[in-house]
Design a protein around this ligand. Structure first.
Ligand code: IMP
Ligand code: MG
Length: 186
């Protein structure tokens, strides 16, 4: 990979969303969840690793009590095409039976990860499950999935930053950017 080891910014082609855009969006999502869940204590379930920064900011934008838990799932097996099944690599520690669950995802791409995850979690008989995703790439949807709390739309481009990676790096880049084409090369 042809990347700059000193400065991440040199690897970026353009910024899609600034820190301010992200802050405004997370605040809005937090307000929506706060209004809808008054009197309840939802279980916020972040899908790692991509959602870790979003989750940290989102829960602080929610003004009602909630609990947090984390999952690691893999939908794709070894290849890059979707297998349609979800492999749980790290499961919840929380028993979600009878609980109001909000799944917190970084980005809705094909939707396969989320639709499989919803199916698995529904088998545990939660009171409700809703989806909160920071980014949505409508051009890439392969399955029909209803998102309850939707942040920002992104074009059909691979984005990094604010938790999202390319080859496990750039998660700590504080805004959302598209990499220079040469960075994707090997
Ligand atoms: P899906 O099952 O195709 O919806 O996969 C969604 C997952 O793929 C996300 O949770 C991300 O981890 C990853 N992903 C999809 N698009 C991007 C992108 O543009 N940048 C970084 N990760 C992405
Ligand atoms: Mg992810």
């Amino acid at each position: 990979m042809n990347r700059d080891p000193i400065c991440m910014k040199n690897d970026m082609l353009k910024t899609l969303y600034s820190k301010q855009d992200l802050e405004t969006t997370v605040a809005r999502l937090g307000r929506e969840i706060t209004e809808d869940y008054r009197g309840k204590t939802p279980v916020m379930v972040a899908v790692l690793r991509g959602a870790f920064i979003f989750m940290a900011d989102l829960v602080r934008a929610i003004d009602i009590p909630c609990t947090v838990d984390f999952m690691v799932v893999s939908s794709y097996g070894k290849g890059t095409t979707s297998s349609g099944s979800v492999k749980i690599i790290k499961d919840l520690d929380t028993n979600i039976e009878g609980k109001d669950v909000i799944i917190v995802e970084d980005i809705l791409d094909s939707g396969i990860t989320l639709s499989n995850l919803i199916r698995v979690l529904n088998q545990r008989h939660p009171a409700s499950i809703r989806i909160c995703t920071l980014f949505d790439k409508p051009a890439r949807h392969k399955v029909d999935i209803k998102v309850d709390y939707n942040g920002l739309e992104v074009p059909d481009e691979f984005i990094v930053g604010y938790g999202l990676d390319y080859a496990e790096i750039y998660r700590n880049y504080p805004e959302i950017a598209v990499l220079k084409p040469e960075v994707y090369g090997d």
